[in-house]
Design a binder for this molecule. Structure first.
Ligand code: 5GP
Ligand code: MG
Length: 375
């Protein structure tokens, strides 16, 4: 996707702007390298700087639990003291911006007097945070990339150029073959969002505007049971026996529906997939048809807003599952634990899009429509 020469040019540009901004500075600003991805970028950038910098490195752990301020990541060690100093955060890539927002907060909390943000790459189609990025090397489309410090499961950091990850090369070959016979493509959207994010309201608008069939797995099970299909009977037997409906049953229902429903331009999946195994099953169901997932639409709100909205809803509707603080916290935790691996899965497939869910219903709807218009 990007050659080493192009990367070098982008770094030249960043260094030039930084040199101009810090020209004649009498302090020694900290260059904060975010491990591991930014190692190569930081090294190349440093070589080009004309002013004195102190190199400090740090690594973030993945998300650790939740708090009133939302998800928090912990510092796994900062190699120097940044208190009272100006700090330039050096990141490899900004995608949703969740990481850089956390980093900015952590660096300020540790007493930096000024924070500048520098990233080699930015995915502008995904980034939706108000935080200003001071230095951006290059903007790229929403693909999952590897090389020049960036990895796929720790592999590929050594590549000189940057590549788009092909999650499964065979899959694309099969798809191309099928595509020639089957020209009519359906859209397959997956809706993510914590309880209280307004998924239901937005789903209705999405389905109407883009002529989609809304597939909510819970509702679907009830439909199949009511219609007395073979699957429905199997599901009913299990539910009556107090057992969980296994993946194959849910996957079978969805596959049936994809085949059966013809008068729509696509589907909006809600409540499925819930696990990586289900996401992989969905990929193979679609691959058989020469189709693929179009995009995940993930409506995001911070944890304290989830709580607020659930409490509000409980007060109005008196829903039992919205009642106690413990239940609410548990649902938030389950949501993070279950969804985060899936977010990673779809990010790697270049199919993850996050919508800021904190605005009004209309604002959120407009952001979703802007995203979906692209497909
Ligand atoms: P964000 O929090 O902005 O969504 O994601 C930032 C972090 O996710 C980066 O520091 C990087 O570790 C990882 N990331 C995001 N997009 C990519 C990508 O396309 N390739 C790789 N290898 N990592 C990515
Ligand atoms: Mg990183």
């Amino acid at each position: 996707m990007i050659t080493y020469e192009q990367i070098e040019k982008a770094i030249d540009g960043v260094a030039e702007r930084m040199n101009r901004d810090f020209e004649g500075c009498t302090d020694v600003p900290v260059l904060l390298c975010i491990l591991n991805g930014s190692i190569l970028f930081t090294a190349e950038l440093m070589k080009r700087l004309d002013f004195n910098v102190e190199l400090v490195s740090m690594k973030l752990s993945s998300y650790v639990g939740t708090s009133s301020t939302g998800k928090i990541r912990q510092v796994m060690g900062m190699t120097g003291d940044i208190k009272g100093k100006r700090v330039i955060i050096v990141e490899d890539i900004v995608d949703t911006g969740n990481t850089i927002v956390d980093l900015d907060r952590i660096v300020r909390e540790k007493g930096a007097t000024q924070v500048k943000i520098c990233t080699m790459l930015l995915k502008p189609a995904v980034y939706n945070k108000p935080l200003k990025l001071d230095y951006v090397g290059m903007e790229i489309p929403n693909d999952f990339i590897v090389g020049f410090g960036l990895d796929y499961d720790e592999v590929g950091r050594n590549l000189k150029d940057i590549y788009v990850l092909d999650p499964d090369p065979d899959y694309h070959v099969v798809q191309q073959a099928d595509n020639t016979q089957n020209a009519s493509h359906m859209k397959y959207y997956i809706l993510f969002g914590p309880p209280g994010a307004g998924k239901g309201t937005q789903a209705t608008a999405m389905v109407e505007k883009y002529n989609l069939r809304h597939i909510s797995t819970g509702a679907l099970l009830r439909e199949e049971i009511a219609a007395g299909t073979e699957l429905g009977l199997k599901a009913k037997a299990l539910i009556d026996a107090g057992a969980l409906v296994p993946d194959e049953v849910v996957e079978g229902m969805i596959e049936n529906l994809f085949a059966k429903v013809k008068d729509v331009d696509g589907f909006l999946l809600d409540g499925f997939p819930r696990t990586i195994a289900q996401a992989e099953a969905l990929d193979s169901i679609l691959a058989k048809k020469g189709e693929k997932v179009t995009s995940v639409v993930s409506i995001m709100i911070p944890d304290d807003m989830i709580k607020e909205r659930i409490r509000h809803r409980a007060a109005i509707e008196g829903r039992a599952d919205d009642a106690s603080e413990d239940t609410i916290n548990n649902r938030i935790k389950t949501y993070h634990d279950k969804t985060e691996p899936l977010i990673d899965f779809y990010k790697k497939a270049g199919k993850y899009a996050e919508i800021e869910g904190t605005g009004t219903i209309e604002q959120v709807r407009e952001s979703i429509f802007t995203l979906m218009d692209k497909f």
